[in-house]
Design a binder for this molecule. Structure first.
Ligand code: UD1
Ligand code: MG
Length: 468
């Protein structure tokens, strides 16, 4: 059957070239600059190797910095490419310059600005280990330029509700619910967009501690966003979209509308995501077990910010959050420790058993009783199989029982330790001890499964719920 004439995307082809440069550049650069990082004291012990905290091998840390620098420089060099056709029209004398897509250029430049801020924040965190209360507001402020551009370009703040919610609201006789079940979140949507960079940057950073895991997460998320963006390019025959059941997403309306706004926005997102895949893949080579380089907070913050920037500019901030399902799970599970309802050690990464060479869940050991809300969370999490608790045994003899009957802690049955509340420890609690690279692959598999669920929600059951 006849295919519609296929548009070509020369800037996208150039972008793939830049991604290859990012890949080769990261492969080459990381070992080249590693000794200089060690010289400057930017190194950390690989905690999950024999010797651990005291004599584990030194590994250069913060190698996200050369990766982010390489990526940013390549993205700066790439700027003319998406606009090259305009130069042809404009020529040297400026004819047609008023047609220059300044809006797209502004998107591009504010994204670069956010990425620079995130890289700076990550680097400062790597150097000084700054406190949470200082860390949290910075991505929030870094989001302001992006949000202003979003607003200035007629930012969409509507959310489409499922039909059932609309019916319920109508049955309650609420005024204004006679039409389509959509709601304008207005200011609240901007609050959500402002918090997004804080979440994406930090959530990758707290799912960390084993070789490769901080790099495999952004790699798979970037691949998922790329796949999602590609669905919006007018390159698919209609039968393919119908076969996937995604006509809601990209079908007819875009196939006949080659250079529409939606296509442009997703192209912009692709320009950022494809080189990010290149740089992450190159760095993963060095970060994979046994790691010869650690990413540091720089890589977590910089990649996290890249996702927020493209999602806000590309108007798919809700879809993007679906690609963070493992990070959302890890964050929710971590909340009692992050908010100090349950003691939180400096490192929550798994425990390395030197005798077996396998990773086991690590524990937070309590010196006093956690506050009541913390104990309730722990009991609920244990009931759900999310953590394993240890309780105080009965007193050895009756004398000490008398002593214990006073206010001393712990009394029989009190919680004295819990496995740290992270996805990594949860997997080890459920599936038993395993090798470090196996656990990393498992997290990668969870991330891929999360993306599959994300696509199913977005284009299956949720095509009504999701407007972007
Ligand atoms: C986050 C986690 C912390 C976890 C740490 C591991 C929270 C609130 N914080 O802290 O629990 O222990 O990441 O990165 O969840 N390291 C390894 N192997 C690796 C990667 C890192 O041993 O594959 C160790 C190294 O000693 C390295 C250090 O972790 O120096 C880096 O920790 P850092 O990124 O500074 O920790 P945070 O991000 O603050
Ligand atoms: Mg970190």
């Amino acid at each position: 059957f006849p295919f519609p004439p296929q548009p070509t995307f020369p800037a996208l082809q150039a972008n793939i070239g830049f991604a290859l440069l990012a890949l080769v550049g990261a492969l080459y650069l990381v070992p080249k600059v590693s000794p200089a990082f060690i010289d400057k004291g930017l190194k950390g012990r690989d905690l999950l190797k024999p010797g651990g905290r005291t004599s584990g091998p030194w590994v250069p840390e913060c190698l996200g910095l050369p990766c982010a620098t390489l990526y940013l420089l390549l993205m700066m060099l790439f700027i003319p490419f998406p606009f090259s056709h305009i130069f042809q029209v404009a020529g040297n004398n400026g004819v047609g310059r008023e047609k220059f897509p300044l809006r797209e250029l502004t998107f591009y430049l504010t994204s670069l600005l956010s990425l620079l801020t995130a890289t700076l924040l990550g680097f400062i965190d790597d150097l000084f280990d700054i406190r949470w209360r200082h860390k949290l507001p910075i991505p929030l402020i870094a989001a302001v330029p992006t949000l202003l551009v979003y607003y200035a370009t007629g930012g969409w703040t509507w959310v489409v509700l499922p039909e059932s919610v609309g019916k319920l609201l109508r049955s309650l006789g609420l005024p204004g619910w006679t039409g389509a079940p959509v709601v304008n979140l207005r200011f609240l949507y901007y609050v959500y967009l402002a918090l997004l960079p804080t979440f994406t940057t930090n959530s990758i950073n707290i799912l960390a501690g084993i070789n490769g895991v901080e790099t495999i997460q952004p790699l798979i998320i970037a691949m998922s966003i790329t796949l999602n963006d590609l669905l919006y390019l007018p390159i698919w025959p209609e039968w393919f979209l119908e076969f996937l059941g995604i006509e809601n997403a990209a079908g007819g309306r875009i196939l006949t509308w080659a250079v529409g706004q939606v296509v442009t926005r997703h192209l912009m997102s692709l320009y950022f995501m494809i080189p990010l895949i290149g740089v992450c893949a190159g760095f993963l080579w060095h970060n994979w077990y046994t790691a010869r380089a650690f990413p540091g907070d720089t890589l977590c913050y910089f990649t996290g910010m890249a996702f927020s920037a493209v999602a806000i500019q590309g108007h798919f901030a809700k879809t993007m959050l679906l690609f963070f399902l493992p990070q959302i799970f890890n964050f929710l599970l971590s909340c009692p420790q992050l908010f100090r309802l349950v003691p939180c050690p400096r490192h929550r990464l798994p425990h390395f058993n030197e005798a077996t060479g396998l990773l086991e869940p690590s524990k937070a050991v309590f010196e006093r009783a956690p506050p009541l809300p913390g104990r309730i969370f722990l009991e609920v999490f244990q009931a759900l199989g999310l953590t394993r608790l240890e309780r105080a045994p009965p007193p050895a003899d009756s004398k000490s029982e008398e002593v214990a009957s006073s206010k001393s802690w712990p009394q029989e049955g009190d919680i004295v330790s819990a496995t740290n509340l992270t996805l990594l420890n949860y997997l080890l609690v459920r599936l038993g001890p395993m090798h470090e690279p196996t656990l990393c692959l498992l997290v990668g598999a969870v991330q891929v499964a999360g993306s599959a669920v994300a696509f199913a929600i977005r284009y299956g059951v949720g095509s009504l719920v999701y407007g972007g």
